[in-house]
Design a protein around this ligand. Structure first.
Ligand SMILES: [Zn+2]
Length: 273
């Protein structure tokens, strides 16, 4: 024993911040050779998902809450969420908050502005029904607040849903607006795989919600990962499908592909890094 050199504690030396993760990743890279460079803003490597259902609840598919709870529960660490890992400082983790908020008051029939969506969400944070879970730039984590409305805009819109960020209680939160995509033909890509026993109306939400969640994780403040036209990882592969995706709780969905900059292609899923 004596005479043995003391091991040098080199492993305990703090790594420089710019070090690359030990899985295939573009984290921190913003070179011009990439189609989707990093613009230095925060990401949501770790996220928690909250859902509010606003409006005439009978206008939603009857199994929507169950379907979305299943989707959000199975999303984290799925082969689908793994596509996003290359944009993050560590593989994506995502949890569902576990309960939903229902607001039976009348929802406008016209498209909601960012301010209106933020106000509705912030109401339930202020009341304590939902926690305040802001975008944490230092730790790259935070909440994603989904607002589902029973109406689809009666005025012309060029989206099925959108995500953004807004201020609530002086903090910046990630928000997503999901109009009733089951009440319009505009957001229906066709039933390609008959993935589950959920009604088709509920299954239609899968790809729309996946698009917004993937983009919120990789670009919550619209200043992290997007191309020079502002297109984010979901936009670049909108309405492109290869195969059904089974999430971690064994429910399958028809989900659009997401952009992989490492692969320079749209991807349907990615095995664990
Ligand atoms: Zn998008």
């Amino acid at each position: 024993m004596s005479g043995q050199p003391t091991p040098t504690p080199s492993m305990e030396v703090a790594q420089p911040l710019a070090v690359q993760p030990d899985y295939p990743s573009l984290w921190g890279q913003s070179t011009s050779t990439q189609e989707v460079p990093y613009h230095r803003g925060p990401v949501l490597q770790s996220s928690r998902i909250y859902a509010i259902y606003w409006g005439d609840q009978t206008a939603f598919p009857t199994d929507l809450y169950a379907g979305m709870d299943d989707f959000f529960t199975g999303f984290g660490s799925s082969t689908y969420a793994n596509i996003l890992d290359e944009y993050l400082p560590a593989p994506a983790v995502s949890q569902f908050y576990g309960s939903d908020v229902v607001d039976n008051s009348t929802v406008p029939t016209r498209a909601l502005s960012r301010g209106k969506v933020a106000k509705e969400i912030c109401t339930y944070i202020k009341s304590g029904d939902l926690p305040l879970d802001p975008i944490d730039k230092k730790n790259n984590d935070g909440g994603v607040y989904f607002l589902f409305t029973s109406t689809f805009p009666t005025n012309r819109v060029n989206y099925c849903a959108w995500h953004s960020h807004a201020s609530c209680e002086g903090k910046s939160i990630a928000i997503a607006y999901i109009p009733n995509v089951s009440s319009t033909t505009l957001c229906d890509p066709g039933d390609m795989y008959q993935t589950s026993t959920y009604t088709y109306g509920t299954r239609l939400y899968g790809t729309v919600v996946a698009h917004e969640l993937a983009e919120t994780i990789t670009d919550p403040k619209l200043n992290a990962w997007h191309d020079r036209h502002g297109s984010e990882v979901g936009d670049k592969c909108a309405w492109e499908f290869q195969s059904p995706v089974t999430l971690t709780n064994n429910v399958a969905w028809q989900l659009q592909e997401e952009w992989s900059d490492l692969g320079n292609t749209c991807m349907q899923q990615q095995s664990t890094p």
